[in-house]
Design a protein around this ligand. Structure first.
Ligand SMILES: NC(=O)c1ccc[n+]([C@@H]2O[C@H](COP(=O)([O-])OP(=O)(O)OC[C@H]3O[C@@H](n4cnc5c(N)ncnc54)[C@H](OP(=O)(O)O)[C@@H]3O)[C@@H](O)[C@H]2O)c1
Length: 288
C-alpha cells in the first residue's frame, strides 16, 4: 500500500487511536486539536503538529475529522474556508442524516468533497480485527483513499447518499443501545427479588447469542412484506410483553421500556396482525 500524508483533526480517544494506527502503517500524519495539549502524546509518537487549522488543511489533500458532531466541523473548518478547495474531508463524527447532507453541500460550496463515515468499534479496537467503518459519498473518492482508510478498520462503502453511512451507524447503535437497556431492565427485574447480575449472566449470554439466529428468516419476511405466523404469533408474544410490564410494575422498577415494547404489539394487533409473526411489528413502526 502506498503511504500518503493525512491530516487528522479531533484528538479525543477515537482520533488518537486512529492517528496511532495510521502512523503504525507508515502514513505521515498531521494533527490539530482545539485543546492543543491533547496532541502531545501522538506528536511524541511521530505525528506532526499543525500550527493552526489553515496549516492542518494545507498539509494534505485528505483530512479526517473525529469530532463530537458536525457543528464542531463548522466551528473548526469555518475559520479556514480558503484552505478547503480541492480537499477531501472524511468526517467520522456522529450526527443526523440531514446535518450530514447539509455538510456535504457546505463543503462542496467551498470546493471540498465529503466522505462521511461511522466507526463501528470503540476506540480501543480501532484497526483491530473485526473493526469496520461505514462510508458513503462519492465512490471514486472512497476508492482513492480506501487503502489508507483500511488501516483504521475494514472500510464498508454503503452508497453515494452522504447520509447512508450515518444511518447504518445509527441503525447498529439502535440495536446496541436498546439491547443494553433491555439487558439492564431484565437484570433489574431479577435484582428486585435478590438475584444477582452474575447469576443471570449465563442466561443473558445465551439469549444474546441466540438472537442472530432469527435474522435470516426475519429479513426475508420483512423484505417480502409477508409475515406468516407459523411459529410464534403477535397475540402470544404480546401477552408476554404485557406480563413483563405487569412484572415490572409489581417489582416497582422502571416501566418505560416494557411499555414501549407492549405498544408495538398492541398496535400490530390493532392493525389485524394478531395471527402473524412478530416481523409484522415493522408495519406500524414504519407508520405509527
Ligand atoms: N470513543 C468511541 O469509542 C467511539 C466509538 C464510535 C464512534 N465514535 C465517534 O467518534 C467521534 C469522536 O469520539 P471521541 O470519543 O474521540 O469524542 P470526544 O472525546 O468527545 O472528542 C471529541 C473531539 O471533538 C472536539 N470538539 C468537540 N466540539 C468541538 C468544537 N466545538 N470545536 C472544536 N473541537 C471540538 C474535541 O476537542 P477538545 O479536545 O478541544 O475538547 C475532541 O477533539 C464521535 O462522533 C463519536 O460518536 C466514538
Amino acid at each position: 500500500m502506498s503511504k500518503i500524508g493525512v491530516t487528522l483533526v479531533g484528538l479525543g480517544p477515537m482520533g488518537q487511536a486512529m492517528v496511532r494506527k495510521l502512523l503504525g502503517a507508515g502514513h505521515a500524519v498531521t494533527v490539530w486539536n482545539r485543546t492543543a495539549s491533547r496532541a502531545d502524546a501522538v506528536v511524541a509518537e511521530g505525528a506532526t503538529r499543525a500550527a493552526d487549522v489553515a496549516d492542518a488543511l494545507a498539509a494534505n489533500g485528505v483530512v479526517i475529522l473525529s469530532l463530537t458532531d458536525y457543528q464542531a466541523m463548522y466551528d473548526i473548518l469555518g475559520t479556514a474556508t480558503d484552505g478547503l478547495a480541492g480537499k477531501v474531508v472524511v468526517n467520522l463524527s456522529s450526527d443526523t442524516p440531514a446535518r450530514t447532507r447539509e455538510a456535504a453541500q457546505w463543503l462542496a460550496g467551498h470546493g471540498a468533497e465529503l466522505l462521511t463515515g461511522g466507526v463501528m468499534v470503540p476506540a480501543v479496537l480501532v484497526g483491530e480485527e473485526g473493526a469496520y467503518v461505514f462510508y458513503s459519498g462519492s465512490r471514486e473518492v472512497f476508492d482513492r483513499y480506501e487503502p489508507m482508510l483500511r488501516v483504521i478498520g475494514r472500510p464498508d462503502y454503503v452508497g453515494d447518499d452522504y447520509a447512508l453511512a450515518q444511518l447504518y451507524y445509527q441503525a447498529q447503535l439502535d440495536i446496541f443501545l436498546t439491547s443494553l437497556s433491555a439487558y439492564m431492565h431484565a437484570t433489574a427485574l431479577l435484582n428486585s427479588v435478590g438475584v444477582s447480575a452474575e447469576s443471570f449472566r449465563p442466561y443473558a449470554e445465551d439469549n444474546f447469542s441466540m438472537m442472530s439466529m432469527y435474522l435470516p428468516e426475519a429479513a426475508k419476511q420483512i423484505d417480502a412484506g409477508e409475515h406468516p405466523g407459523d411459529g410464534a404469533s403477535v397475540v402470544m408474544m404480546g401477552a408476554t410483553a404485557d406480563h413483563i410490564l405487569g412484572a415490572s410494575e409489581e417489582a416497582g422498577i422502571d416501566t418505560g421500556l416494557p411499555k414501549a415494547v407492549k405498544a408495538h404489539y398492541d398496535r400490530a394487533i390493532e392493525s389485524g396482525h394478531g395471527a402473524d409473526s412478530w416481523t409484522s411489528l415493522i408495519e406500524r413502526i414504519r407508520k405509527p
